[in-house]
Design a protein around this ligand. Structure first.
Ligand SMILES: Nc1nc2c(c(=O)[nH]1)N[C@@H](CN(C=O)c1ccc(C(=O)N[C@@H](CCC(=O)O)C(=O)O)cc1)CN2
Length: 293
């Protein structure tokens, strides 16, 4: 049976460490990092994520600025808010919660965020810095969290075969870039990939980020592989409640892999912990202060 990677516990330790570093900044440098989170509309899952982001920001000793706009908000209005936040010296990090309502072009909004405050790492400048390895940008939170779990479990990743299933800008592409930076041999697979089960079976590290519940079966996994499940799928139950499940068939995979992240409790909690990590990083860089240990 695989060892189950406890992302919830790891994220709690990371947040506690960030909290200690923030306390040192406040005491020694006299400033408190600030994170602005913008939510447009009333998507229930997004509301929970934004609430958790605000609560964990405060717990880490940072300032939380929350902006909630109605679902009918027009793009110029949201753009104006982003520009105000770019200009606000108390705001070190800006995050616009996704998905956005259909009348808003997410790329226009994400590209308007000051790259130095782009704690989601979605701005093309930060994506470019990650792709070229040319300097230090801000890295998208979910893949950064997944990489932290991998390094904690496996140590040196050099030379390992990694297959990333999914090519989104939020997870698949940055995950592949991060693994390349670790000297893995990386393949990015997607909905048009042929012979996907065989390809997955070649992976020492298999990252599933496709958004299709249970798609990766146990016999797609190389015995002894490390499986990182980034999928967060809500499955309706007959009693009206919902169950969270990943992209990997956990019951099958756990009997084949050496290490596996569960859903919930795996990569998900790392997303917000890494958001706080990025906010601390952005705050120190913007203010020309060394990041405390
Ligand atoms: N601007 C962004 N929007 C979205 C991002 C993002 O990184 N930036 N990612 C997701 C949602 N997300 C954060 O925003 C997120 C997803 C999951 C979790 C999490 O802790 N999951 C838990 C289960 C929580 C639950 O019960 O729903 C887990 O997996 O254990 C945190 C944040 C899309 N939008």
């Amino acid at each position: 049976m695989a060892e189950i990677i406890d992302g919830k516990a790891f994220a709690a330790q990371l947040r506690a460490h960030i909290g200690r570093r923030v306390a040192r900044l406040v005491a020694e440098e006299g400033f408190t990092p600030g994170l602005a989170v913008v939510l447009v509309g009333d998507d229930p899952a997004s509301q929970v994520y934004v609430r958790n982001k605000a609560a964990q920001t405060l717990e880490a000793g940072m300032i939380s600025f929350e902006h909630r706009l109605p679902a009918h908000t027009a793009q110029p209005e949201l753009l104006a808010l982003v520009r105000r936040l770019n200009d606000d010296p108390a705001v070190d990090g800006i995050l616009v919660q996704l998905p956005l309502p259909a009348q808003i072009d997410a790329d226009v909004i994400l590209n308007a965020i000051d790259p130095a405050k782009d704690v989601d790492g979605f701005h093309p400048l930060n994506a470019g810095l990650l792709a070229t390895g040319n300097g230090f940008g801000l890295v998208p939170c979910t893949p950064l969290g997944a990489l932290m779990l991998l390094r904690d479990r496996l140590g040196d990743l050099r030379g390992l075969n990694a297959v990333v299933v999914g090519r989104s800008n939020i997870v698949g592409k940055p995950m592949a870039q991060l693994l390349l930076r670790e000297d893995c041999t990386v393949t990015v697979a997607h909905s048009r990939t042929r012979a996907l089960p065989e390809l997955c079976r070649s992976a020492d590290i298999l990252v599933a980020a496709v958004g299709r519940p249970g798609m990766i079966r146990g016999d797609w996994i190389k015995p002894g592989a490390t499986v990182i499940d980034v999928g967060i799928n809500r499955i309706g139950l007959p009693d009206g409640r919902a169950r969270l499940t990943g992209d990997v068939d956990f019951a099958e995979a756990v009997t084949v892999a050496a290490h596996i992240t569960p859903v919930p409790g795996g990569v998900g909690p790392m997303t917000i912990a890494c958001l706080l990590h990025n906010t601390l990083t952005a705050a120190c860089r913007r203010r020309g202060v060394e990041l405390p240990d």
